[in-house]
Design a protein around this ligand. Sequence first.
Ligand code: RTP
Ligand code: MG
Length: 148
Amino acid sequence: YKEQFMAIERTFSIIKPNAVAQNVIGEIERRFEQAGLTIIAMKMLKLTREEAEGFYAEHKGKPFFAGLIDFMTSGPMIVQVLEGENAIHHNRELMGATDPAKAAPGTIRADFGSHEQVSANAVHGSDSPISAAREIRYFFTEDELFPH
Ligand code: RTP
Ligand code: MG
């Protein structure tokens, strides 16, 4: 009867261009897998400005928006869907705080994020079930998801 209370969720994750350039895709994926999150979809791509602006539409008008779009279109990244118990919150715990300089030791952003540029904080993760659904749909069709 415990299973009926377990929230198996999906969350959307990005391994950002700085982490791909640093050659740490495998190390970041290892952390997700070791934590019990399963990669059920993934691809490598380089965003156009239009795609990046659409993805980050909620941040339009904020002072960091232009820099964020410049950075997110600067090179290839990994987009993926992680599935597991409490995946949304669990992923954000593994990621750490938005600013790598303030992220807890041992988190992905503390270990692989830039201390000069908050945008280059190595990973993105959905912040709510509604965001997760929107972000997954932004990059994946239903037939590109492979639940275990
Ligand atoms: P994310 O959406 O990427 O998972 O990160 P988050 O929820 O922790 O942060 P959010 O407030 O949603 O911001 C989205 C992304 O914008 C960049 N950012 N730069 N002050 C700054 O320079 C600043 N603040 C935010 C970061 O790349 C952040 O991940
Ligand atoms: Mg966010």
